[in-house]
Ligand binder design. Structure first.
Ligand SMILES: [Mn+2]
Length: 311
């Protein structure tokens, strides 16, 4: 008998992680396999908004069993996984983040890592190419996985494949429309008490030789938001960099409605390092505005290329 397949992703997943896991488990079940998903931590706010809005209930496995085959989705960094996941049990990876070197030691893992807007795009393509139609829930979650990760198909790393899959998924679900999408973006940008949690900045990136971390905030009006929270953002970066021994720290504020980003540097050396690596990011009072709509992933990719570690 074939083993149970368990999708999992980083702790505290976003709607792309959830959508890709949900949909891929469903696709495997359509193919007669025993499959489901498991995650730990609180879902990202936007994922909660979407689940509530469309009245979708998740039913993850309660726990991972010794014998389960693990499929890693929307993540290939072992440190971000729930602690109960053993790397020896991983049989497949579907992701769109920078590829970690540990995978080299496991040549049997079926691995699809592509630099594309969303992991959900990769799963949607597997439906489309095999002529399978996702359920309403899987289609909604994949659609918003793509919309969320590409900031409504606007960021630089959005590919035609993301656009095509988003269009296809949208055509399957009449409830999806642009007004709902706009409402989701506005609602998710109401950040107040949980600024630090939303920034996701409390850890060092491990695949580079420098001590660096970058946070991200996705808001409805970046300029206004920064005016209101600039001091708080700087205080958080200052404390987090001391607590975690981080040298280079910054926060990328993305304006999801108007399509630009503002990178805030936490100190002088970060500002200099970013200017050295990005021709079009120039700081004024620790802030660099760009019409290119850089996402954190794209910034991380440039930095990872430059300061590669062998680990
Ligand atoms: Mn993703």
């Amino acid at each position: 008998m074939s083993k149970r397949k368990v999708m999992t992703t980083y702790v505290c997943p976003d709607v792309d992680g959830i959508g890709a896991m949900y949909a891929y488990a469903e696709l495997l079940r359509k193919n007669g396999e025993d499959a489901g998903y498991y995650y730990e931590g609180k879902l990202k706010k936007e994922a909660e908004i979407i689940l509530n809005l469309f009245n979708i209930k998740l039913s993850p496995f309660d726990l991972v069993e010794e014998d389960d085959d693990i499929i890693m989705i929307d993540n290939n960094e072992l440190n971000f996984l729930p602690k109960c996941i053993k790397k020896e049990k991983i049989v497949e990876i579907i992701d769109h983040h920078v590829r970690c070197n540990w995978i080299d030691e496991f040549p049997n893992i079926k691995c699809q890592i592509e630099f594309i807007g969303a992991a959900a795009t990769l799963v949607a393509e597997r439906y489309k190419s095999t002529g399978k139609i996702p359920s309403r829930e899987a289609a909604i979650l994949m659609y918003y996985g793509i919309i969320s990760n590409t900031m409504n198909l606007k960021i630089k790393m959005t590919t035609n494949r993301d656009i095509e899959m988003a269009e296809w998924l949208k055509s399957l679900v009449p409830e999806i429309n642009d007004n709902i999408t706009r409402a989701i973006f506005i609602k998710k940008s109401e950040i107040g008490d949980n600024l630090e949690e939303e920034m996701e900045i409390g850890f060092k990136n491990r695949f580079v030789t420098i001590k660096w971390s970058i946070g991200q905030l996705e808001v409805a009006n970046a300029d206004e938001f920064i005016e209101k929270y600039y001091k708080d953002i700087q205080e958080i970066m200052d404390r987090v960099s001391k607590e975690n021994d981080i040298d280079y720290i910054s926060t990328n504020v993305m304006d999801v409605l108007n399509g630009y980003n503002v990178l805030i540097a936490g100190n002088e050396r970060t500002k200099e390092m970013i200017e050295e690596n990005f021709d079009d990011l120039r700081f004024e009072n620790m802030k660099a505005k760009s019409e290119k709509f850089y996402s954190r992933k794209e910034i991380v990719r440039v930095i990872a290329e430059k300061y590669k570690s062998d680990k």
